[in-house]
Write a protein that binds this ligand. Structure first.
Ligand SMILES: NC(=O)c1ccc[n+]([C@@H]2O[C@H](COP(=O)([O-])OP(=O)(O)OC[C@H]3O[C@@H](n4cnc5c(N)ncnc54)[C@H](O)[C@@H]3O)[C@@H](O)[C@H]2O)c1
Length: 259
């Protein structure tokens, strides 16, 4: 879906998308590619990553990455700049959900959830800034959640990890602005989106049909979000259309946080 001029909205940009083997990350990779970006599909899931790389074809590539691995981040960013000449966009979508209230959540679960969601995003921002500041700037888009804006009685570890992503984002944005790096950083806050992450919540419930109705009804619009509902916002934040937008938090939640 290219613009009227024939050029895509992110034409020629180079993007790393983490978590791109599944769900929202995969949807973002598809949309960004459709709008003219070259994508490095990054995920720890090799099978899913190769499948989407094959679907998109050259010049898009898959590179295996565990977002908790700092050396891995250095390697993927260096290789991206070596192969494509620059890094313009980083979408931090890799994430895990850990459910259970504060009394049930173990320290190991807390650490796992925060290692991937919070520390993984921290490492991604650090690695991307190192490259972007030398190649003219860029846009970093961090997947937080409505759980980074409002409390979640059944998911304190997840909510805390997403709250950390929200404030990391603002701090990165201000730092980059102060230094004149021309790097923007924004967070996106979806409610329940129809992906394998939410499918696991539904199918793992005692009464899956009841749970599906519950997750649909959490949004005033009365349905689950679609991956493209998020991906379209991500394309906007990745593009120069959003060049005056940094340090902000954007819900994609069918009105949930308007209540
Ligand atoms: N689906 C939702 O309802 C929803 C709502 C709000 C926020 N989010 C956030 O959006 C992001 C994407 O969620 P999704 O629904 O697409 O999930 P998903 O489970 O479909 O995809 C997550 C991807 O992240 C990858 N991943 C997990 N740990 C990783 C690691 N250590 N290193 C590299 N890759 C890793 C997985 O392999 C998978 O491909 C997550 O950060 C999630 O918290 C999702």
């Amino acid at each position: 879906m290219r613009g009227m001029s024939g050029a895509g909205r992110v034409e020629g940009k180079v993007a790393i998308v983490t978590g791109a083997a599944s769900g929202i990350g995969r949807g973002c990779a598809r949309r960004l590619a459709a709008e003219g970006a070259r994508i490095v599909i990054a995920d720890k899931d090799e099978r899913g990553g190769v499948a989407i790389a094959d679907e998109l074809g050259a010049p898009h590539v898959f590179r295996q990455l565990d977002v908790t691995d700092e050396a891995g981040w250095r390697r993927i960013v260096e290789e991206t700049v070596r192969v494509f000449g620059r890094l313009d966009v980083l979408v931090n979508s890799a994430g895990v959900a850990v459910w259970g209230d504060i009394e049930q959540t173990t320290l190991a679960q807390w650490r796992f959830c925060n290692a991937v969601n919070s520390e993984g995003t921290f490492l991604g921002c650090k690695a991307a800034i190192a490259a972007m500041k030398t190649t003219g700037g860029g846009s970093i888009i961090n997947l937080s959640s409505v759980a980074g804006l409002i409390g979640v009685p059944d998911g304190p570890a997840y909510a805390a990890s997403k709250g950390a992503v929200r404030m990391l984002t603002k701090s990165v944005a201000l730092h980059a602005a102060q230094r004149g790096y021309n790097i923007r950083c924004n967070s996106v806050h979806p409610s329940f989106i129809d992906t394998p992450m939410v499918e696991a919540v539904v199918s793992g419930a005692k009464d899956p049909a009841k749970m599906r109705t519950f997750v649909e009804k959490t949004s005033p619009l009365g349905r689950l979000g679609e991956v493209d509902d998020v991906a379209h916002l991500v394309v906007y934040l990745a593009s120069d259309e959003s060049k005056f937008i940094t340090g902000t938090e954007l819900p994609v939640d069918g009105g949930l946080t308007a209540r």
